[in-house]
Write a protein that binds this ligand. Structure first.
Ligand SMILES: Nc1ncnc2c1ncn2[C@@H]1O[C@H](COP(=O)(O)OP(=O)(O)OP(=O)(O)O)[C@@H](O)[C@H]1O
Ligand SMILES: [Zn+2]
Ligand SMILES: [Zn+2]
Length: 803
């Protein structure tokens, strides 16, 4: 078994296979599958993952592995399998899939060092290697007689650790701990022997007579207002001892979370949790969809299910959308499970992320709460996987590997034979349809835990406002209500739904939106050519100068930012204290929390923001939620635009009246009759589901069909068009099923990005078992173009962003 099969770090489809290397003598005992190695590849040395050890190779003249980067595997067998599956599913490279599962620090270039972390004697060889030092470079090990397996054993025993030095910044933090080195009565004797002047020394020794535990040196110095040289004196006398201890950069102060205990579940919660607990107990996989209105206590169900998992000695992954990973959410998990929880999200520094990852890797925690990539947590004994707000788009990665965390969760749930829980007040059509068919198990929570009604929703027709001379972004009713709440000392959440704001064209008089006659999709305004285009079928028409429906000349695309809204709001209601939350105000680390704290402390009356504020927030004093423009998302060139609008309106409405004070919602819109707005205002998910499903059926969109999106881009327009046409033709010639449709090529909605022209082909299919193989084959034909001529082809087997 002296040959390793390695996936090397060369991101090219022609290299997407294992390469065989011989394992040098000194690595034979330590090298296992899932470790990273350095191997010669052509003239260079590059990184790779060992995916198999074997005794034979069909090649002769194998090269040797140059170095082994890990002493314990960074990818478990399960994750290696997952990586291969994911690469196949998403048509990405194995190396890309593997790297997506690891923290950034392990992908970067780094140097290594070995650190001695015990005072106990090591083996003679190790002692002479360290030669009295705490740190040695990895190169010294390589040049010594000490074998790798000796070091590996020392690492496993906890005597030595490997440190990765990223860009010369140490990735771990250490502190010196001081502890007594003698029995208390011997310390007493020592105090007697000290001279009168050694006051500090005496104080320190008496402290340790009462406290036998170790204490951080810096804390000790502060506590006794002493110096490290005083401590050193006692260390030299061997009355005290010291060790260096690694501490994790924990972004959260675990002790600051108030501990909570399980609440008595409501009847609906009880009915929901029973089968989940049974699955945990019986180690049985199934997917549960919890459809629960906002405030119905889904999170409490997660917490109590996790409790069972922890008691069984197993582990839990909880995914929450990035933007709702607010301190409020973290508090609920840390409050219940304390430091047994690791938190992973993008606002952490690379070092912090690495530390949290290592706490998982070393099984020092049983729960991870995190954004999308936390689904790859290297747990080996999973008891449950939970995806909160399962409808959120952020669970889909929009970069290779273009995976959806829901699919990964189900894959891992099957592997570990554990339940997967999807929760949402507004499930995706895909998930709800599966639940209707019995593929997922559906549970419904129709009531809030406090039995309070959902807040009443009033729809304001902005066309009327315009007709009556109000041209501002604020209806009279919204303005009056805001003023009234401010007077009462209550608070307001205002949502400016900004996404895709100026891409479609609308008549401000009648609300008319130009749509494609063949696709039931709003046309996209292309500024350069002043044309309206359908990006599904290439239909186009010139930008009209007057409304085709009512002849008004107030037809236009208009854009408004939160900053401008804030200004006009200040003019309109000068007494209002406003905090604004959008990408501009939350760029700095911690600013997100700061704004929310300000609002929670009632330093502001109004929280004005984009989509970011729609989810997860729970402020007891909020009694009014206003949506400035419910339509802005409705006409995006995306067949999911109605669904997204419904989801957003329902979520944001759920922020009002969550506690004692009753809540109210005002939705401003130019198209009050649109079913997604009307049904969201009645909280009528079922009717929305039915309407939307029938639209999807008529126009053949998911969940009735699957989609695949191929995008081609290049600086040269002609080249893009030609390549895209070739691809479309190859697809058409080779698809096996008559029902499969190839649309395009058409220009992408964003037709030119970073000086590159973009074209796309969309494939709609029900049953096309060889589609992935076919696409891979087609793309391989363009390998040369891609490598030499900078052609870019991306494939998304489950597109959510159609831009
Ligand atoms: N069994 C219970 N008894 C009393 N209060 C409960 C119970 N379960 C949950 N709660 C409380 O009800 C409130 C809403 O619960 P929770 O936040 O879990 O709902 P949710 O469905 O996750 O809401 P959202 O989707 O809006 O985030 C919380 O303040 C929670 O502490
Ligand atoms: Zn009109
Ligand atoms: Zn069209």
């Amino acid at each position: 078994m002296n040959i390793a099969k390695v996936i090397v770090d060369v991101p090219a489809s022609s290299i997407n296979q294992t390469f065989d290397y011989k394992i040098p003598e000194q690595f034979q005992d330590i090298l296992t599958v899932g470790m990273r190695v350095i191997v010669p590849f052509g003239p260079r040395k590059i990184m790779g993952f060992v995916v198999e050890r074997t005794g034979e190779s069909s090649f002769d003249k194998l090269k040797y592995i140059s170095d082994v980067l890990d002493l314990t595997p960074v990818l478990t067998d399960e994750l290696l399998g997952l990586g291969k599956w994911m690469a196949n599913q998403t048509l990405s490279l194995y190396i890309t899939a593997f790297q997506a599962m690891l923290p950034q620090v392990l992908k970067a270039q780094y140097k290594k060092e070995l650190e001695r972390v015990t005072e106990d004697p090591l083996s003679d060889e190790l002692e002479s290697l360290f030669a009295g030092r705490d740190f040695i470079t990895y190169e010294e090990l390589e040049g010594s007689t000490v074998s790798y397996s000796q070091i590996q054993k020392a690492v496993q025993d906890g005597d030595v650790v490997v440190n990765y030095l990223v860009k010369s910044k140490i990735t771990k933090k250490h502190v010196t701990m001081i502890m007594p080195n003698r029995e208390p009565h011997l310390l007493e004797e020592a105090i007697e022997d000290l001279s009168k002047n050694a006051r500090k020394q005496k104080e320190l020794l008496s402290f340790f007579i009462d406290n036998q535990q170790e204490i951080e040196q810096s804390v000790l110095i502060k506590k006794f207002n002493t110096t490290s040289s005083t401590i050193k004196t006692l260390l030299d006398k061997e009355l005290l001892a010291s060790t260096r201890k690694e501490i994790y950069r924990n972004p959260y102060d675990d002790k600051s979370f108030e501990q909570t205990t399980a609440l008595t579940l409501t009847e609906q919660q009880q009915v929901t949790i029973v089968p989940i607990k049974e699955h945990i107990r019986d180690e049985k996989h199934d997917v549960f969809l919890i459809h629960g209105v906002t405030g119905s206590g889904k999170t409490e169900i997660y917490l109590q299910a996790i409790q069972d998992v922890i008691e069984k000695g197993q582990e839990a992954i909880v995914l929450v959308p990035e933007i709702s990973l607010t301190p409020q959410m973290v508090k609920r998990f840390k409050g219940r499970f304390g430091s047994n929880v690791a938190v992973l999200h993008s606002a952490l520094s690379n070092g912090e992320k690495y530390d949290e990852w290592r706490r998982i890797h070393r099984k020092e925690v049983q729960v991870v709460v995190g954004a999308r990539s936390a689904i790859f947590a290297p747990f080996e004994n999973l008891g449950i996987i939970i995806i909160d707000e399962e409808h959120e788009n952020s669970y889909k990665q929009e970069d290779q590997p273009r995976y959806h965390a829901r699919d990964v969760a189900i894959f891992r749930g099957e592997n570990h034979r554990c339940p997967v829980i999807l929760g949402s007040a507004t499930p995706t059509l895909e998930s709800f349809a599966r639940a209707q068919k019995g593929v997922y198990k559906l549970a419904t929570l129709s009531k809030r835990t406090n039995e309070k009604e959902m807040p009443k929703v009033n729809i304001v027709d902005m066309r009327n406002e315009l007709h009556e001379g109000n041209r501002s972004m604020f209806s009279r009713s919204l303005k009056e209500n805001i003023e009234q709440r401010i007077q009462r000392g209550e608070q307001i959440v205002l949502l400016l739904n900004r996404r895709g704001y100026s891409t479609f064209v609308m008549c401000r008089d009648c609300g008319h939106v130009n749509e494609c006659p063949h696709c039931d999709i709003a046309l996209t305004y292309h500024k350069n050519s002043r044309q309206l285009k359908c990006h599904y079928c290439s239909y186009e028409e010139p930008m009209p100068t007057s409304c085709p429906s009512c002849k008004s000349d107030l037809i236009r695309f208009f854009g408004t930012g939160t900053q401008r809204i804030e200004e006009s709001l200040t003019q309109l209601i000068p007494e209002a204290r406003i905090v604004r939350m959008d990408v501009d105000t939350t760029r700095r680390k911690g600013s997100h929390e700061k704004i929310l704290n300000q609002f929670a402390d009632k330093e502001a009356d109004i929280l004005l923001g984009t989509q970011m504020i729609a989810k997860g927030l729970d402020f007891e004093n909020v009694t009014l939620v206003g949506v400035l423009t419910a339509d802005s998302m409705l006409h995006l060139p995306d067949f999911r635009s109605s669904e997204k609008t419904f989801q957003l309106l329902t979520q944001v409405s759920g922020r009002a009246g969550r506690h004692d004070l009753p809540g109210e919602v005002i939705i401003q819109t130019y198209t009050p009759e649109h079913y997604s707005i009307e049904l969201a205002s009645n909280y009528n998910f079922m009717q929305f589901y039915k309407n939307e499903m029938s639209t999807r059926k008529t126009f053949q969109y998911p969940p009735y069909v699957f989609l695949a999106l191929i995008t081609v881009s290049h600086q040269n327009h002609v080249k893009v068009v030609q390549s895209a046409q070739q691809i479309a033709q190859l697809l058409l010639n080779n698809i096996s099923n008559e029902g499969t449709v190839v649309l395009g090529p058409t220009p992408s909605p964003i037709a030119r990005m970073k000086d590159r022209y973009r074209y796309q082909c969309m494939i709609k299919y029900k049953n096309e078992p060889n589609l992935r193989t076919l696409i891979r084959k087609i793309i391989r034909q363009f390998d040369d173009e891609v490598r030499k001529n900078d052609l870019l082809i991306t494939v998304d087997m489950q597109p959510y962003q159609l831009m």
